[in-house]
Design a protein around this ligand. Structure first.
Ligand SMILES: Nc1nc2c(ncn2[C@@H]2O[C@H](COP(=O)(O)OP(=O)(O)OP(=O)(O)O)[C@@H](O)[C@H]2O)c(=O)[nH]1
Length: 364
């Protein structure tokens, strides 16, 4: 089953990241414009133009995201622009050889936006670029020269920063994954019946409402089967409560094997179960209910070497015969009552196979 809360939480997280990136991009535009202006007044015209030129792809990236809402392009675009900008700042030295200082922004941003593995790989590649620029100041495009002291301190501090960022991000991811797993477990527990592992009443009610909306919207029919284990009190009284629990578990296993994947089986009450059968007519639902009844009657339920007498009665109803979920359930309940009144171990409305062992006939 798809975990909706997990999908929602990661969607929310992605949206937050995109908003943060837009904020950071806007800040970068302001910085580039300001520092470019400062460089212009300091007569560093080429440096000023390059910095201003970087404003264009950043604004284009913001605009593209606003238009297409494509988060992958937004992330990758920003990483490429920032990578190019920092490479330029290291190669040119920026103003007063302070360009490489901007590189410290990269590790936290990188680990936040990519994975730990991907971030490390990109960072190592950037280290390699920096080493090349530092070692070969005569390379084309490189105009800055740094002192040996600066280079050693730059790499040492950047390495410390990168390791801290890696450790912090790894911790953040671990805590996040634990929280997601915990939320998943809680959500599963809130929807599941502990004893049988089937859906619980609350979950079934939600699914009934969803199915009813689908029926109202596009006319998809569905049916329900309300099942009650016959004379269950006797099983408890004669064999003990544990035996009763074991019967409920074994019956749930049987149901799981017999329904389709799109069907939903829930424990509706103590020894009452409800099947929701999407895209199923009344006749098809009756056929399934009858097969289940026959299978239960033929199955040997057991507890501690003892064979337990188990049969079921069931009331079947289709949404085409009722106007609301409440009415549907009420009618299924009336049919279940009829099945019990007629002697138990049967399905209502009446099906021919109960009398003859053959296929079901159309109900009256
Ligand atoms: N062992 C066990 N028994 C349960 C559980 N939930 C409900 N019951 C028992 O199920 C029995 C239901 O009994 P009744 O409602 O009298 O119905 P019944 O004996 O099945 O008789 P009919 O429904 O008329 O065929 C009660 O004795 C409940 O205590 C459960 O989780 N475990």
């Amino acid at each position: 089953m798809t975990n909706t809360s997990q999908i929602q939480s990661s969607e929310h997280e992605e949206l937050q990241i995109s908003r943060l990136l837009n904020g950071l991009s806007a800040m970068a535009v302001l910085f580039l414009a300001g520092i470019g202006a400062k460089a212009w007044y300091a007569e560093h015209h080429l440096h000023a133009w390059v910095l201003w030129a970087f404003v264009v792809p950043i604004v284009a990236n913001i605009g593209w995201y606003a238009w297409r809402r494509d988060r992958t392009v937004q992330k990758r675009g920003l990483l490429v622009i920032v990578g190019l900008l920092f490479t330029y700042l290291i190669a040119s030295g920026g103003e007063g050889n302070t360009g490489p200082l901007w590189f410290y922004v990269f590790p936290p941003l990188l680990f936040y936006l990519t994975s730990l593995k991907g971030g490390t790989a990109i960072l190592l590649f950037c280290y390699l670029l920096a080493v090349l620029v530092f070692q070969f100041p005569d390379m084309p495009g490189v105009s800055a020269e740094y002192s040996t002291d600066f280079k050693i301190r730059f790499f040492a501090t950047l390495t410390f920063e990168s390791i801290f960022c890696f450790v912090l991000e790894a911790g953040r991811l671990r805590a996040r994954n634990k929280l997601v797993a915990l939320a998943q477990a809680h959500e599963h527990a809130a929807r599941t019946d502990e004893l049988t592992g089937l859906a619980n009443r609350r979950d079934m009610q939600g699914r009934l409402n969803t199915e009813f909306s689908r029926f109202e919207r596009s006319g998809h029919h569905f049916s329900v089967v309300l099942i009650d284990l016959d004379l269950f009190k006797r099983i408890n009284d004669d064999f003990g409560h544990d035996a009763g629990d074991e019967v409920l578990r074994q019956f749930a296993d049987l149901v799981r094997q017999m329904v389709r994947q799109s069907d939903v089986a829930a424990r509706w009450g103590g020894e009452e179960f409800l099947l929701l059968l999407p895209d199923t007519t009344l006749l098809q639902a009756l056929t399934l209910a009858e097969r289940l009844r026959a299978e239960v009657a033929a199955t040997r339920f057991h507890h501690r070497e003892q064979t337990l007498p188990v049969t079921i009665s069931a009331g079947v109803c289709s949404i085409s015969k009722s106007g609301s979920i409440n009415e549907l359930l009420k009618q299924a309940d009336v049919q279940l009552y009829n099945a019990k009144e007629s002697g138990r171990n049967r399905i209502s409305p009446r099906v021919r196979s109960q009398d003859t062992g053959s296929s079901p006939q159309t109900p009256a």
